[in-house]
Design a binder for this molecule. Structure first.
Ligand SMILES: Nc1ncnc2c1ncn2[C@@H]1O[C@H](COP(=O)(O)OP(=O)(O)OP(=O)(O)O)[C@@H](O)[C@H]1O
Length: 536
């Protein structure tokens, strides 16, 4: 035992630990830098970069680290690069770790919900802002366990540096054992040191997981509640308050949460409204739009003009091209032929007709102001309801933190969610999430709001709360809207015009009450009959 403790604290062994840590740190740091570059190349739009990264990965993942170390120490001097042993070992370890770290980064980035990326683009985020604010924070969280594993593996792999005479822990243990023949005590001490180092890495990993845990705040409150006398102290506990409050998701609970509608001075006179709308400028102009996926024609020459203040309901069977049309209007999808103008501007193209780069396209989206609400809500999962609204205002439109928070608070009030401002999306019901998504879309005062089946992912009892919010935006705010929906009653109440798509073409359009009560086209008749039968 004494000998064992002696080896544990021996300066000769401690110097070995230092060398082990140096090689590991060099390998990880270099691997991280190289890994980021490799992951970026693999995700790049440029094929040559992606191919280069793949070839690199095949070579360095497919050859033993021990050979790479020997190569870095013995072969590089042949071309004039003579590195000290520790640096050569660190370089080889970095080159070997890089493909694994790149794969981790790539899967972390690809693991972020594609819907959130689409929502960020629709909000006008440039690729840089999207990466920094939306993708990276979520990807890093998911990568912590894998990075912990990689660190442990790098630490153990550093022992291979002994082949190029780096005086690290394993080499020093072997040398000591050869000199003293006390194999058991020496290797037991050295094994224990490795175990201690890997345990420290596991500890750091757990700490980071705790630090980045989105639910930490609520967990802390739970822990506080378990402390004796906590209730007696009468501390202000949001969780207790939430428990005592009636359950949140009751039929129509969302509608009950909404503030009362603003007083309408007069009933909407459809004919008068149509007269006014006809004189308004054009907000969206789609002309001869054709779009196909591979050989499947999805939009076969669509013409659609929407005037400022008009509410247009897009109806049509599943697969008729409604979502595709909305995505094209916001340039989230490229099309084959035809033109789209929003506010008189060809979104996504320069004055000379050249397609804009992703960064300039994002800026153009923010300037033109096309809000978009998605079927699956697509809230940013790592941000609270309030930050989902305030964040994009700051990052895209340069609004100050105070003003952005004020606007978010005001809008959360309007959609009846002031009391859920600090809740994460996963703690909200579907209807609440969709109301936050609507608030987020209208926060920058868009010129047009596109809603892509905003209620079809909701349970039936949550549909009304979302429809009520949209109804108020249309009636009270006079927002220009194109809404794809299967809710016929809602369309007849709120829409100025109904446009019916089938097989990528408009088969019928006109005033909502006319089209819905008396469709002339046989396809429209069949679709509306089927929809009515479903509701009945
Ligand atoms: N990214 C894609 N790649 C290939 N095909 C696609 C893609 N997106 C949509 N499609 C196809 O295009 C057609 C139109 O889809 P779209 O989602 O626009 O229809 P929709 O009318 O909105 O349907 P729903 O009411 O079910 O949402 C469908 O046949 C669909 O399979």
């Amino acid at each position: 035992m004494e000998l064992f403790l002696h080896y544990l604290t021996m300066p000769y062994m401690i110097e070995g630990i230092q060398a082990t840590l140096q090689v590991t740190a060099l390998g990880l740091l270099g691997g991280l830098i190289l890994g980021v570059i490799l992951a970026w190349m693999q995700l790049s739009r440029f094929r040559a970069l992606a191919s280069f990264a793949r070839v690199y990965t095949v070579i360095f993942r497919g050859t033993p680290l021990i050979l790479q170390m020997v190569f870095a120490y013995n072969a590089l001097p042949q071309i004039g690069i003579k590195l000290p042993a520790i640096l050569a070992a660190g370089l080889a370890l970095a080159c070997n770790e890089a493909p694994f770290i790149a794969e981790m980064l790539r899967s972390g980035v690809l693991g972020v919900d594609r819907g959130q990326v689409l929502a960020g683009q629709a909000l006008g985020m440039t690729p840089g802002v999207l990466m920094r604010r939306i993708i990276a924070p979520q990807a890093i969280r998911s990568m912590i366990p894998a990075f912990g594993n990689e660190t442990v593996s790098a630490l153990k792999n550093s022992s291979l540096a002994s082949v190029i005479a780096v005086q690290e822990l394993t080499l020093r243990s072997t040398q000591m054992a050869s000199a003293t023949f006390d194999f058991f005590s020496i290797f037991f001490a050295s094994g224990l040191i490795y175990l201690f180092l890997t345990a420290a890495i596991a500890g750091i990993q757990l700490f980071l997981e705790w630090l980045f845990d989105l639910d930490r705040a609520s967990k802390q409150i739970k822990l506080m509640r378990m402390m004796p006398g906590y209730r007696a102290q009468g501390l202000d506990d949001p969780l207790i308050a939430a428990e005592d409050a009636p359950p949140e998701i009751l039929p129509d609970a969302g509608v009950a949460e909404l503030p009362p509608p603003r007083a309408q001075t007069e009933r909407v006179d459809r004919a008068k409204r149509n007269e006014i709308l006809k004189r308004n400028n054009v907000a969206v102009d789609v002309a001869a739009l054709r779009k196909s996926y591979d050989k499947q024609m999805v939009l076969a020459g669509v013409d659609l003009t929407v005037r400022i203040g008009e509410v247009v309901a897009l109806l049509g069977p599943s697969g008729s091209g409604k979502s595709t049309l909305l995505r094209c209007i916001n340039n989230l999808e490229l099309w084959n032929d035809g033109s789209i103008k929003v506010g008189g501007r060809r979104l996504g193209f320069s004055d000379s007709g050249k397609a804009l780069s992703p960064r300039l396209l994002a800026q153009a989206r923010a300037e033109v102001g096309v809000g978009m609400v998605f079927q699956q809500f697509n809230l940013f999962g790592h941000l609270t309801a309030k930050e989902n609204i305030a964040g994009p205002l700051r990052w895209v439109h340069g609004v100050s933190r105070i003003d952005a928070d004020r606007r978010a608070t005001e809008l959360l009030g309007r959609v009846g969610l002031s009391h859920r401002a600090d809740a994460l999306p996963r703690h909200l019901s579907g209807g609440q999430q969709q109301r936050v998504a609507i608030a987020r879309a209208i926060a920058p005062n868009p010129s047009v709001l596109l809603l892509d089946e905003p209620t079809s992912a909701l349970d039936p009892e949550l549909v009304n709360e979302v429809l009520e919010v949209i109804r108020r935006l249309a009636v009270e705010d006079g927002l220009t809207m194109i809404i794809s929906t299967h809710q016929l009653r809602f369309a007849s109440e709120v829409a100025d015009r109904v446009v019916l798509l089938a097989d990528g073409a408009i088969v019928e359009e006109g005033p909502a009450d006319e089209v819905l009560s008396n469709p002339r086209n046989p396809v429209a008749q069949r679709f509306l009959n089927a929809m009515e039968a479903e509701v009945a």
